[in-house]
Design a protein. Structure first.
Length: 287
């Protein structure tokens, strides 16, 4: 009987050892989760957890007690910063604020976010393929390589693959949106700010402050401005209230499209942008 117990324990030990993760990663928002997930896809002993579920608004997120326990055990926390997730992470170690690695002269302010934090920059840097390819993906690869040097080459290889796919989708946007300078786009929230800004497309934001529904006066101003300019389309994220967008859509007799800033249904970061490309193209085609 004792021999059977010893043999059973001998079988269990490798299983238990194999189930312990050598590197625990927590990512605050889904777009970064999609990137990290693909970067570690064939690396054993790595756990990647998403803090904020894709259907939630990261601007209003507050971690629960269980979330805090997950954060406390993380070897690396990949976060955005720029007023999006800084406040609840200030007491945690090993936080890599990806937005801080984008040069300040590349960032811009908008009226919706100016009152939210001291610097007032639009924090949606993950919705620029160029920011991701030049600054964010390389930084993630570097940080993973520091923590897990033996798999550094894998991280670098996957980073190159992700960057190539991002530059390919960026070229598609170039063909779609170049030459549309001073056209306007209506967004419920200025999330795709940096994507449209690249092409000098003006954004009419329905929100007058984060989470603040528009007044009748503001809606009227947006409608009048859209009528005076070439309108690319009307877009709303699935995380936001659609009432203002629906009113504007009726007034302008234009269908609105879904433009998800978080990529709730995307399986990769490129798929997030592919979905956005389809929505914008359909709007331009009048569908």
């Amino acid at each position: 009987m004792e021999l059977k117990k010893i043999l059973r324990c001998a079988v269990m030990i490798p299983f238990l050892v194999g189930s312990v993760f050598a590197l625990n990663i927590v990512v605050t928002i889904n777009p970064y989760y999609l990137i990290v997930k693909d970067m570690v896809k064939d690396v054993s002993g790595v756990s990647v957890s998403l803090l904020i579920k894709p259907g939630s608004d990261p601007h209003t997120f507050s971690p629960s007690v269980s979330d805090m326990k997950v954060l406390a055990k993380a070897d690396i926390i990949f976060a955005n910063s720029l007023g999006l997730d800084d406040a609840y992470l200030k007491n945690y170690k090993n936080v890599v604020y990806l937005g801080d690695y984008i040069p300040k002269d590349k960032l811009s302010k908008d009226e919706v976010h100016e009152d939210e934090h001291e610097e007032g920059y639009n924090p949606h840097v993950w919705l620029s393929p160029e920011f991701l390819a030049k600054y964010i993906v390389p930084k993630i690869s570097d940080e993973l390589s520091k923590k897990d040097a033996k798999n550094a080459e894998k991280y670098k290889t996957h980073a190159k693959e992700i960057i190539t796919s991002l530059m390919n989708i960026s070229s598609k946007f170039d063909k779609l949106l170049s030459g549309r300078k001073n056209a306007v786009v209506i967004l419920d929230h200025p999330s795709y700010f940096y994507l449209f800004k690249k092409y000098n497309i003006n954004i009419l934001s329905v929100e007058e402050g984060h989470g603040k529904q528009p007044s009748a006066k503001h809606i009227k101003e947006i409608v009048e401005e859209a009528k005076k300019n070439k309108l690319i389309g009307i877009f709303v994220g699935p995380q936001f209230n659609k009432s203002g967008i629906e009113t504007i859509s009726k007034e302008l007799k234009r269908n609105y499209k879904i433009l998800d800033p978080i990529g709730a249904k995307a399986k990769s970061i490129t798929e997030l942008f592919e979905s956005a490309y389809v929505s914008i193209k359909e709007a331009l085609d009048g569908k």
